[in-house]
Design a protein around this ligand. Sequence first.
Ligand SMILES: Cc1cc2nc3c(=O)[nH]c(=O)nc-3n(C[C@H](O)[C@H](O)[C@H](O)COP(=O)(O)OP(=O)(O)OC[C@H]3O[C@@H](n4cnc5c(N)ncnc54)[C@H](O)[C@@H]3O)c2cc1C
Length: 434
Amino acid sequence: MAEVSGALSRDIVVVGASVAGLHAAHAVAKMGRGLSVMVIGERVRPRYNLPLADRTGLTGPTDLDSTTLRALSQLGSQGVDLRLGARASELDLANQRILVGNGSVSYRALVIACGCAPTIPALLTEESRVYTVGQREEVSALRAVLADPSLAVAVIGAGLAGGETASRLRRAGRTVSLVDGSPEPMGRFGAVAVNSYAALHHRAGVEPCFGDGVVEVVKDGLRRRLRLSSGTLVPADVIVIADGHRPATEWLESSGLALRDGIVCDAGLQAYNHVFAAGDAARWSNPRYGTRMRGEQWTNAADQGRIAGLNAARSITRGAPDSYAGIPYRRSYQHGVRIQLTGFLNGDERVVTQRTGEGEVALFGRENVLHGALAFEHQYLFDEVRAMLTDGVAWDAALAHVGAAVSTGRVPARSGPRLHDIGIRNAICHDVLP
Ligand SMILES: Cc1cc2nc3c(=O)[nH]c(=O)nc-3n(C[C@H](O)[C@H](O)[C@H](O)COP(=O)(O)OP(=O)(O)OC[C@H]3O[C@@H](n4cnc5c(N)ncnc54)[C@H](O)[C@@H]3O)c2cc1C
């Protein structure tokens, strides 16, 4: 633990020591402009970095102690002042100061990378054996409980994190239900995604309950079940919440920063004079789409962290800021199938699906513009579509290209760049820093 006491001062202060915060600090340290940097992180062991094969860490032999982000020790040797186990409690914009524990830190520029925190539904707050996903301590506790194979698990929240959790538990032989109040838990990817997703889980022995929220907890001795809105009873000796992550911005409520499901900022991730936001907590104006959005993806957090760090430094050195125009991307392995999503959808796009022996790819477009794609396996086609999305290829041309690839079994030549030329990195299998 490295608490803060007394009144300190640094050129750049970063709040949040996870993906976005560590990238921000690294970018500033790498600039070599002699700016002092402090990172304030509430958790001594911030978000873990697990191998792609089991990112939930629930059932594998993975030693959780070995999964703390390597970047932490790297930053220490770069002269970054790491204050782990310290929580920022208040931001004083007028005096460019943050209150932390018994002390305060003044900054010339600030990067806020405080991410999202899970929320437990009111119905379940008093219940025992309820866990959230994503933090090392929770994973350790859940692992211990799951040592008893007779316990049935209900996973609440059927997004990628929930689906992945259900998949791991099922592979370990547990009885698992996957519950989501939304009929379309894959969000704006709509019915195409939901049908394939539900079928994938059903085939693997996970009971998908979509569009069916929890209304009551029913107890029978030591056993517990959840009653869903349809009346269905789901066994739930253990409950895993994989839903309801909200920006962890309560500590900023009195600051005067604009908060609307995230910290509102411009295309250069600036929220106020010399104040920048990055990662899951940032609602930024994406110039690619002309709209404000928030990402909950590893690559988004890493890239935004880097840009916010550089822009914070430039706000001191009077350099011109960069803007961030990322395309959302997520991937997940569930029941042995690789699922990938990319793009930003309104939910009213046209959908064209291609299915072959190698998997399924759905393309989403509107007004002759390709807007996104979803794939179950079919890696090479998905990579092509992702590159075309980055390249701004028209909907007609994208459909023709994919159609030709499917009918000939080969990807035809295309004048635009390939995925690796563009340099899009894999989402989560890397440690934080390059
Ligand atoms: C279970 C799970 C699975 C995921 N799977 C994928 C995936 O497959 N692919 C993908 O791209 N993304 C995935 N994500 C999302 C990805 O992990 C996040 O997008 C990424 O971690 C966001 O990074 P961040 O730095 O913005 O925030 P976080 O990683 O949430 O870190 C924020 C940090 O700030 C700290 N903090 C908050 N408030 C304060 C304060 N006041 N003072 C000090 N410190 C504070 C927190 O303790 C935390 O350590 C997953 C997330 C979860 C939970």
